[in-house]
Design a protein around this ligand. Structure first.
Ligand code: NI
Length: 173
């Protein structure tokens, strides 16, 4: 079975993913596949719904090792941090978004053990972004109506010129 990355407009990206109740070999294999898809993209994070699997799971690697979080939740967050985000499901669009600076995320690893991770900067942002995917939330949903209009227009420009490969960066005033 091969997986492709679902992009904006696919209803699976708007739906809430289901809690994982069993960590078995199939889930380990799924994670392997997700890493393959993520590295090939290339990307640094991928949530299961992005390949059409409605399970609460994401994989990531920001350059210091592979990580998997199952049924993750944010148990604490604080601060504010403006940082540019991209999304493999909205390819080519990079938008500066304001979110909490630090998060404490709790989930399970593939051995079924509870893991607690505190993260800021890129990893903190990645966790919040991937967790959003598990709740059917995309970057567009985190914007004001005016911001969304601007970002959608930029994304449309990307879709209309798919061969230009010209990324669109947006920073809202
Ligand atoms: Ni994304």
């Amino acid at each position: 079975m091969s997986f492709s990355i679902r992009t904006y407009g696919d209803p699976v990206l708007k739906s809430k993913a289901a809690e994982i109740t069993e960590i078995d070999d199939k889930l380990v294999t799924l994670c392997d596949r997700m890493f393959d898809v993520m590295f090939k993209a290339p990307g640094i994070g991928l949530a299961a719904p992005q390949i059409g699997i409605q399970k609460r799971l994401f994989v990531y690697d920001i350059g210091d090792g592979e990580g998997v979080l199952i049924n993750p939740e944010i148990v604490e967050s604080d601060g504010e941090f403006m940082y540019e985000e991209g999304c493999l499901s909205i390819p080519g669009l990079y938008v500066e978004m304001l979110r909490p600076a630090r998060v404490h995320v709790r989930g399970l690893n593939l051995d079924g053990e509870t893991v607690d991770v505190e993260a800021d900067d890129l990893l903190g942002r990645l966790f919040q972004h991937e967790l959003d995917h598990l709740n059917g939330v995309l970057m567009f949903d985190r914007m004001s109506p005016d911001q969304r209009k601007e970002a959608m227009a930029a994304y449309r420009r990307i879709l209309e010129a798919p061969n230009s490969q010209e990324p669109q960066h947006i920073a809202f005033k």
